[in-house]
Ligand binder design. Structure first.
Ligand code: F6P
Length: 361
């Protein structure tokens, strides 16, 4: 395999706290090996839509450009969850939007930058794209990212700990006001297909009810929990809901074409069925912003450095993955073949059940 002289980095999909720490670790580890580094702006758009970047779709990455960014949320490269090169939207001559596969062209555009390999930082969608580019002949290593923690083959993704810590802190604050007003407080968190944030933050913040996508809920079971608490002299109830939670036999809740609003639905039903006041707080994108926790910073730095070591060792088409105490490499194909949802018999679920937390089942 050709020795590496220059690499490209990109960040794709929803941002997660820790992205900048990964970028810094990659750049420093690469420069320390005598490699050059560039960043592609906003997914692959910096190369696929060059006219949108008058200042250039490519950012040269040197020591100065990654100085002081470890603790910053967001990503200095920008990101997007549009512009999938496998289904790239273009307006045809008939003015209709059609989707075309631009993977082969993109690989040529990357190679035209004299780049020997790409480190792609992303979630299941972005890593699936990275795998497609690998199959089109690009040397690729992936770094798993998502606050949802739903990527298979890695024990945890960076961004998750920050999101859970923030959701827990919010629950603690809301607990006090719920108790003061004897209200039901419903807190909606991200988690499209997997309820990891709701489960971990819910258990840590002593939620009374946790509703997750993996367990379709019966609202009457939640009502029973509220009433049981009242009988025990507890006149408020804390409910944590993942945005992807759905009632038994029902579907996801959407606001327009976006997932969201299940918290409002649950709160309205509980007000009607219990006669108590309910309030809803949607944490949404607050979970994606902010300073990464120490855990996430360290994991991000470890992932970034491991991705560079993977390339140096001649790895290709793999994702770095946490397998304590080490970071191992798993084929991208395997890493993206299924989502990691919450196993109903995992230890945190068993703990929650032992603590008497209601899952609406
Ligand atoms: O990062 C994944 C995620 O947080 C999902 O839980 C959520 O549904 C989605 O991103 C929302 O992303 P956006 O609003 O950026 O499309």
């Amino acid at each position: 395999m050709k020795p590496i002289k220059k690499i490209a980095i990109n960040t794709g999909g929803g941002d997660a706290p820790g992205l900048n720490a990964v970028i810094r670790a990659i750049v420093l580890a690469a420069l320390n090996r005598g490699w050059e580094c560039i960043g592609i702006r906003e997914g692959y758009n910096g190369l696929l839509l060059p006219h949108e970047y008058p200042q250039g779709g490519i950012i040269p990455l040197d020591r100065q450009s990654v100085r002081g960014i470890t603790h910053l949320g967001g990503t200095i490269l920008g990101t997007t969850n549009r512009g999938n090169p496998l289904k790239f939207p273009v307006v045809g001559e008939d003015r209709q939007v059609q989707e075309i596969n631009r993977c082969a062209e993109l690989v040529d555009l990357i190679h035209a930058q004299d780049v020997d390999a790409l480190i792609a930082i992303g979630g299941d969608g972005s890593l699936g794209i990275a795998n497609a580019l690998h199959q089109h002949g690009l040397r690729v290593v992936g770094v798993p990212k998502t606050i949802d923690n739903d990527l298979d083959q890695t024990v945890i993704t960076f961004g998750f700990d920050t999101a859970v810590s923030f959701a827990t802190e919010c629950m603690d604050r809301l607990h006090a006001t719920a108790a003061a007003h004897r209200r039901i407080m419903v807190v909606e968190v991200m988690g499209r297909y997997a309820g990891w944030i709701a489960l971990n933050a819910g258990v840590s913040s002593t939620a009374d009810v946790i509703l997750i996508p993996e367990i379709p809920y019966d609202i009457n079971k939640v009502v029973e929990k509220v009433q049981e608490r009242e009988r025990n002299g507890r006149y408020f109830t804390m409910v944590m809901v993942a945005e992807g939670a759905k009632p038994i036999g029902g579907d996801y809740t959407y606001q327009g074409d976006r997932l969201g609003g299940v918290g409002q639905k649950v709160a309205a039903a509980l007000e009607t069925l219990t006669g108590k006041q309910a309030r809803v707080v949607v944490l949404g994108h607050l979970l994606r912003g902010g300073t990464p926790t120490t855990f996430d910073r360290l994991l991000s730095l470890r992932f970034g450095a491991a991705a560079v070591r993977a390339l140096e060792e001649g790895q290709d088409g793999v994702m770095v993955a946490l397998d304590p105490p080490t970071v191992r490499y798993v084929p991208l194909e395997q890493a993206t073949s299924r989502l990691k949802t919450v196993p109903l018999d995992c230890d945190t679920m068993l703990t929650a059940r032992d603590l008497g937390i209601c899952f609406g089942d």
